[in-house]
Design a protein around this ligand. Structure first.
Ligand code: CU
Length: 209
């Protein structure tokens, strides 16, 4: 066998091993009335798990006088950039204990990147445009996702026991949002679901406009 073939086979074995190890967790989140709840952050934590060395960065752009996306989730230590794709300048800030910063008026790519190094919830605003709002959920795990329009989030993770948490920016304080899940090896996704009590939102409020 030529060395090249051996490498190709090794790569293939490695690939199939990865497939066999990764399991999938599918989480459905609904509000108290059973309606799909989009933009909910779900994350799985495992005691003693070694965190990823370099958490994946994120981008929160400004476009049409909005922050996009409205909700981001990052692992603690992630770097976030804030490209301004509007013609007007923005001045973004956070007073949240998990990450305080003040990015004075800027346009284009002039904003400093920010490292979100503490787990918690960070609310971003703009000093110029009061209705601009965005949420960054910072978590101590690389296993997280955000629900889509159907209220479904999928997390790829190794089989094992996890504490699964759900967080929505409008959830009623104290709403129980933690559960234990055992993720099994195999092709079918392990399923979990939540019903989160959320506050009634007035027209145009809390949606980032
Ligand atoms: Cu602004």
């Amino acid at each position: 066998m030529k060395p090249f073939d051996r490498r190709a086979i090794a790569a293939f074995l490695c690939f199939t091993a990865t497939l066999a190890q990764a399991s999938s967790l599918a989480v459905l989140v609904q509000d108290g009335a059973g309606k799909a709840l989009a933009d909910t952050v779900v994350y799985a934590e495992q005691g003693g798990l070694v965190a990823q060395k370099s958490p994946k960065g994120a981008i929160i752009e400004q476009r049409g006088l909005k922050f996009l996306p409205l909700v981001s989730v990052v692992q603690a230590g992630a770097t976030v950039s804030f490209p301004n794709n509007d013609k007007v300048r923005h001045h973004i800030y956070s007073f949240s204990p998990a990450k305080k910063f003040d990015q004075k008026l800027y346009s284009g790519a002039a904003a400093s990147t920010q490292v979100f190094d503490k787990a918690g919830t960070v609310v971003l605003g703009c000093n110029i445009h009061d209705r601009m709002i965005a949420y960054v959920k910072v978590v101590d795990t690389p296993f997280f996702a955000r629900t889509d329009a159907d209220g479904v989030a999928r997390i790829e993770l190794p089989a094992g026991k996890y504490t699964l948490s759900a967080w929505h920016f409008n959830q009623v304080a104290g709403a129980a949002a933690e559960q234990q899940v055992t993720v099994k090896q195999g092709e079918a996704a392990t399923a979990a679901s939540y019903k989160l009590a959320v506050k009634a939102v007035a027209e145009g409020e809390g949606a980032g406009y």
